[in-house]
Design a protein around this ligand. Structure first.
Ligand code: ADP
Length: 397
């Protein structure tokens, strides 16, 4: 069956139309600058190569309409009628403690997502706009929501509680939630298939290293700890996000810059990480190139980044009292051989032995440890859209 997967941001909307039987992507694209002058849709399908068209999109309603027009276009579309789309799967960032699995959208589900807005003020309201636009335009098509946080709802209290006065958890639900759950779940299931064992027997550490990055300890198929927290700002150093810092730094920077907490948080989200440290770029391709050209600041940024990844891997081996597999995924994890090599060079104590030739591969599923390596290391490309399509179908069956 045809499933439309939607990932809605405040001014953007990514989509993929997936045939859930063959798991093929029939068409995909991106609406950008929604509500801003110069909005456009980029579209590609089995019947046409990638093209960008400027279309006026004052709201997400026009964006969804543009997506439907593209999908049903006589020349470049892949379906005749939107009735062929049997379900829409939406990525939603924060499900709080309400959602430990995907859900079919109802008024009650929508109000629970709204109740989580204070936990993800940039993302959840945008996700809701996308859902409501689909409900209006495709009246008879069921909508399913798949949450970034849901997979981590299996974390024990000991992993999710912060050392804060109890009332902040009890009343305000301030705790670790974790993100990238769809990816961590997808990849940890795939590793079980590859090694031919049941999920329940395996301890896996998933390193989702993209522009945003998080690491997850998956024990017996369940998330038992993860590096992001209440927000996606925590954990390892990322493209532009600081990752874990001493919380006391907030006040110190606020004093230096004469800024308030929200302005300093903005610095931590947008001007920090590998971009802020290196002064070069948030993109690891630029960092690797700068290092090759002898840029010492870029090398320091790279080393600090690697240190944070290595630190979490070590912590999660301890949390699970062992590890069978370590997996790299997402943009950096799938493509940056230098990052993988540097991380693995710290894992000799686990008996990890890197296969240099296998590690030179990019963007494909491959075991990068030697056959006799005690802990196996894999690269597994993540596919969050396919995971959302699968969850959507399995919920509606
Ligand atoms: P996001 O968190 O935005 O989804 P991605 O998973 O796309 O981020 O990761 C972006 C990072 O992945 C960038 O730092 C980039 O250097 C790296 N990356 C993506 N594709 C490639 C590639 N083909 N070769 C090398 N690096 C890549």
């Amino acid at each position: 069956m045809e499933v439309l997967v939607i990932n809605c941001g405040s001014s953007s909307l990514k989509f993929q139309l997936i045939d859930s039987d063959s798991e093929k992507v029939l068409a995909k694209g991106l609406c950008e600058r929604i509500g801003i002058e110069g909005s456009s849709i980029t579209y590609e399908s089995e019947r046409c190569s990638k093209e960008t068209k400027e279309i006026d999109m004052p709201t997400h309603h026009e964006a969804i309409t543009a997506v439907i027009d593209a999908l049903t276009d006589k020349a470049k579309g892949v379906i005749k009628d939107m009735k062929e789309v049997k379900a829409v799967g939406h990525r939603v960032v924060h499900g709080g403690e309400y959602f430990s699995r995907p859900a079919v959208v109802t008024e009650e589900v929508l109000s629970k997502i709204e109740a989580c807005n204070y936990l993800a003020p940039l993302h959840n309201p945008a996700n809701i706009i996308g859902i409501k636009a689909c409900m209006r335009i495709m009246k008879d098509t069921p909508n399913v929501v798949v949450f970034d946080t849901a997979f981590h709802q299996t974390m024990p209290e000991s992993a999710f509680l912060y050392g804060l006065p109890e009332k902040y958890y009890k009343i305000n639900k301030i705790r670790r939630y974790g993100f990238h759950g769809t990816s961590h779940s997808f990849v940890s299931k795939r590793v079980a298939e590859i090694v031919g064992k049941s999920l329940s027997e395996l301890k896996t550490i998933v390193c989702h290293l993209g522009n945003g990055a998080s690491i997850c300890a998956v024990d017996g198929g369940k998330s038992v700890d993860t590096s992001m927290g209440l927000t996606p700002l925590a954990g390892v150093i990322m493209g532009t996000r600081s990752g874990d810092i001493d919380p006391g730094i907030l006040e110190v920077i606020a004093d230096i810059e004469k800024k308030d907490v929200s302005q300093v948080t903005d610095i931590l989200n947008k001007e920090s990480g590998i971009a802020g440290l290196s002064g070069v770029s948030s993109d690891f391709r630029d960092i690797t190139k700068a290092i090759e050209e002898g840029n010492k600041t870029a090398k320091s940024a790279f080393d600090a980044y690697i240190q944070t990844v290595v630190r979490f891997i070590g912590a999660y081996v301890a949390v699970m009292n062992g590890v069978d597999n370590i997996v790299f995924t997402a943009g950096v994890g799938e493509n940056n051989t230098a990052v993988r090599q540097a991380v693995c060079s710290h894992l000799g104590y686990l008996g990890v032995m890197l296969d240099e030739k296998a590690n030179s591969k990019r963007g494909e599923e491959v075991m990068i440890s030697t056959p006799d390596s005690k802990v196996k290391v894999y690269v597994i490309p993540t596919n969050e859209e396919l995971a959302i399509a699968r969850e959507t179908v399995s919920l509606l069956k």
